[in-house]
Design a binder for this molecule. Structure first.
Ligand code: ASP
Length: 438
């Protein structure tokens, strides 16, 4: 049986077992024991095996991608297209989220008692998230340039690592070919070793996914879902809508690819994203899917996808838009159209800055809340249901990265065809001139 089918079975079986355990023996000691001592550790080991490959994978694939482009003009062109697409698609998804939250007004249905109960229950978690350090504005830009690339790698500071890898790859194309060649071969081998490790780790995936999903569902309190049902429905509905219509259209129009085939072939990425809640942990699978299933050339997949795992988060942008407005509604903060445009812009920017790990966007969202005048601690209200929303938004985050790689691959093919055509025609003109001069 193919691996992704086995992973899907792990997912469904884990969810079923978890839901059953929660329904039949809610919060029973033995269920909690199983979660803490079996399911969660197995899931975490799987997650860590993937995460342990991310630093060398990002470095190797970006350097090889940039070196594979050959010259810096091509790097500039592809980089520009990639970033442009990231911004466009994230803005689109944020607008979808904001529209839905305005139409359905999920915040209007939360009464005073529910509000204070949730605030009290999750207040300390919110305070802990709020205390995490984040850089925004000019500082964020400065911090992207690492003082020490090894420190950036050790801290999993992906933007800085990407920056270093881009500069490293670019410099490789600037030194003499015979000097660059051995380095490229070493990094190529590094990339292959990492891919092998991922291959081995993925053999654990069906069990890891079972464990991760079981741990979430067995512990989950459905009561919260009743209280926050409308909010959860708006986020999930928005994600489904944006995925099925928005992303499918982008795949068709910009990627020139059949959306149904796209979703079918991306299954492995979708399941991995859903069960790990982490774009970074899904990166290895995403690169394999883009190259093996969608036919994206390796340098492009190796360049666009690591960038996307950190910078392109369509699902997160949508989720942030909905959540900020929802909390503003609950706390009676009236947001004008101008303020909502600001929320959309901030959702896109913070989605770029958010780490591709579970709950990576939460500290940044607190900053957005503060900026528009809503209390940042109000995030406590939604923490209890965040995991399921995190799993779902991460699916769209990684699917969005795949659509970006399809778009860049297609437009590069078109550019190459144009270049060939113009070379052929100038060749033809040159030949004609020679003929004429004879
Ligand atoms: N978990 C998300 C991701 O990895 C980030 C977030 O929205 O919290 O893509």
């Amino acid at each position: 049986m193919q691996l992704h089918n086995r992973i899907v079975i792990g997912l469904v079986a884990g969810a079923t077992a978890g839901v059953a355990a929660h329904a039949l023996a809610p919060q029973a000691d033995w269920v909690l024991w199983l979660v803490d001592n079996v399911a969660q550790p197995v899931g975490d080991i799987f997650l860590r095996l993937l995460l342990m490959t991310v630093i060398p994978l990002v470095f190797a694939s970006i350097v090889l991608g940039v070196a594979g482009f050959g010259d810096l003009r091509r790097l500039g062109r592809i980089g520009g297209k990639t970033l442009g697409y990231f911004l466009l698609s994230s803005a689109l998804s944020a607008v979808v989220g904001l529209t839905l939250v305005n139409v359905f007004e999920p915040g209007a249905g939360i009464d005073e008692a529910t509000r204070s109960q949730l605030l009290a229950g999750y207040g300390s978690d919110a305070a802990e998230i709020g205390s995490r350090e984040i850089d925004v504005g000019v500082d964020m830009l400065v911090e992207i340039v690492p003082r020490n690339p090894f420190r950036a790698a050790a801290d999993m500071d992906m933007l800085s690592l990407i920056f270093f890898a881009l500069v490293f790859g670019a410099a490789l194309t600037l030194i003499p070919r015979d000097r660059a060649e051995p380095m490229i071969r070493v990094i190529d081998a590094l990339g292959q070793v990492v891919v092998k490790i991922i291959d081995i780790a993925m053999k654990l995936a069906p069990y890891g996914v079972f464990g991760l999903i079981f741990a979430v569902t067995a512990r989950f309190g459905w009561e919260l879902l009743q209280q926050l049902g409308m909010y959860v429905a708006v986020v999930l509905g928005g994600l489904v809508l944006y995925g099925l219509i928005g992303l499918s259209l982008l795949v068709r129009v910009f990627g020139g690819y059949d959306p149904i085939a796209f979703w079918r072939r991306s299954r492995a990425s979708i399941v991995t994203a859903f069960s790990t809640s982490s774009s970074s942990a899904t990166l290895p699978t995403n690169i394999a899917v883009a190259q093996g299933e969608l036919g994206v050339p390796p340098p492009i997949a190796g360049f666009v996808l690591p960038l996307g795992a950190t910078m392109n988060m369509n699902g997160t942008a949508l989720y942030e838009g909905v959540t900020v407005l929802f909390l503003a509604q609950v706390f009676g903060v009236d947001l004008s159209l101008g303020a909502q445009v600001l929320v959309a812009a901030l959702a896109v920017i913070t989605a770029i800055g958010a780490a591709g790990v579970p709950g990576g966007s939460l500290p940044l969202m607190m900053m957005v809340l503060a900026t528009v005048g809503a209390p940042p601690e109000s995030i406590a209200l939604i923490l209890g249901v965040d995991r399921i929303l995190d799993m779902s938004r991460t699916v769209l985050n990684v699917a969005g990265d795949l659509t970006a790689s399809l778009f860049v691959a297609r437009s590069e093919r078109a550019a190459a065809a144009r270049a060939r055509a113009s070379a052929a025609s100038s060749d033809g003109t040159a030949r004609a001139e020679i003929e004429a001069s004879r």
